[in-house]
Design a protein around this ligand. Structure first.
Ligand code: NDP
Ligand code: MG
Ligand code: MG
Length: 328
């Protein structure tokens, strides 16, 4: 896999451009602030009318425009608002107003991979996807480091999509640690798969199931919480720092022997078969179809699942343990 660094990018290129960040949430704010600190002067933020983010933008000293105004003004439009909204905003506000030869940048490949957006032929369309949350993107940048980004070119109408993508990735800090070239499809499918099969789907479910098993058997919720949840952070740090093989060396023989016994009983051949089914449902578009229809229904499923998570007894155990921290 080809990896690019600051030395492969022209940092001056992005500074000559007018950049509009559309959305000022998890990714929008950190990317905007990193760009500004990297010397981008012509920087605006686009938000819909009445947006709850406008105060944050002004507090950071940036100007707010509507998406349509921003499209008419910008050389580069960065799509940093929810994926499932991107099709409609593109059709209504961007497609009719974007300047000839402008660039559209995505932080995730979904809208292009699943054709929520079919971009105009004259546009440069590319992806710069930081591999981690916006908070980390900003923190690492401020420390002089960065987050690895994937990047991909979907459409190169002007012939400068590639240098622009590298210059942008460098300005948000990713050129310090590596920019890996991929495709929209690979980035998007792997990301959607991982969200369900490993990260946000499987790990929390595993934590709750472990907690429930202990509590059901009469263990105290506090002990169950500390074992099944608190230690997840410690193991994640260990795996991040040393890899899975290295992690095994750093834990007790007892824990290591337990891992050998337990891991394969939980992640069985059936689990792996189910993972392949998740990947299939990502690739054939049925997951994205469900996502869009839930958005249309006012996020009924998403809201119900948030309510279930809040009602789970693990949250009460958490609250009790958190209160210990407040003791004098
Ligand atoms: P957020 O949910 O944080 O975006 C919220 C922002 O978008 C708010 O400012 C909100 O303002 C604005 N917004 C919402 N809907 C619209 C709309 N219809 N028109 C204009 N503005 C709107 O998004 P994320 O930062 O989490 O995700 C942005 C992109 O980055 C996605 O493509 C995502 O996949 C990708 N990504 C996200 C990561 C993350 O850290 N979360 C990591 C890597 C990639 P308001 O609602 O007040 O109008
Ligand atoms: Mg994602
Ligand atoms: Mg233990």
């Amino acid at each position: 896999m080809q990896v690019y660094f600051d030395s492969d990018a022209d940092p001056a290129l992005i500074r000559t451009k007018r950049i509009a960040i559309l959305g000022y949430g998890n990714q929008g704010r950190p990317q905007a602030l990193n760009l500004r600190d990297s010397g981008v002067e012509q920087l605006r933020v686009a938000l819909r009318e009445g947006s709850s983010s406008a105060g944050d933008v002004r507090a950071d000293g940036l100007d707010v425009m509507t998406p349509a105004e921003a499209a008419a003004w910008a050389d580069i439009m960065v799509m940093l608002f929810p994926d499932e909204e991107q099709g409609q905003v593109y059709r209504e506000a961007l497609a009719p107003n974007l300047r000839q030869g402008a660039a559209l940048i995505f932080a995730h490949g979904l809208a292009i991979r699943f054709a929520l957006i079919e971009p105009r032929d004259d546009l440069d369309v590319f992806l710069v996807a930081p591999k981690g949350p916006g908070t980390a993107l900003r923190e690492e940048y401020l420390k002089g480091s960065g987050l690895i980004s994937l990047f991909a070119i979907h459409q190169d109408a002007t012939g400068s999509a590639r240098p622009l993508a590298l210059s942008y990735g460098s300005a948000i800090g990713s050129g310090r640690v590596g920019m890996l070239e991929t495709s929209f499809a690979e980035e998007c499918e792997a990301d959607l798969f991982n969200e369900q099969a490993v990260l946000w789907g499987a790990i929390p479910e595993l934590i709750q199931a472990g907690f429930d098993t202990l509590v059901e058997a009469g263990f105290s919720p506090e002990v169950a919480y500390l074992e099944c949840l608190t230690e997840v952070k410690l193991i994640a740090d260990l795996i991040y720092a040393r890899g899975i093989a290295g992690m095994r060396e750093a834990i007790s023989n007892t824990a290591e022997f337990g891992a050998l016994k337990g891991g394969e009983r939980i992640v069985t051949a059936d689990t792996r078969t189910e993972m392949r089914r998740i990947l299939r449902d990502v690739r054939n578009g049925s997951f994205v179809k469900d996502l869009l229809s839930d958005a249309e229904n006012g996020y009924a499923l998403l809201k119900a699942s948030r309510a279930r998570a809040s009602a789970h007894p693990i949250e009460q155990a958490r609250a009790r343990l958190e209160r210990l921290k407040d003791r004098p």
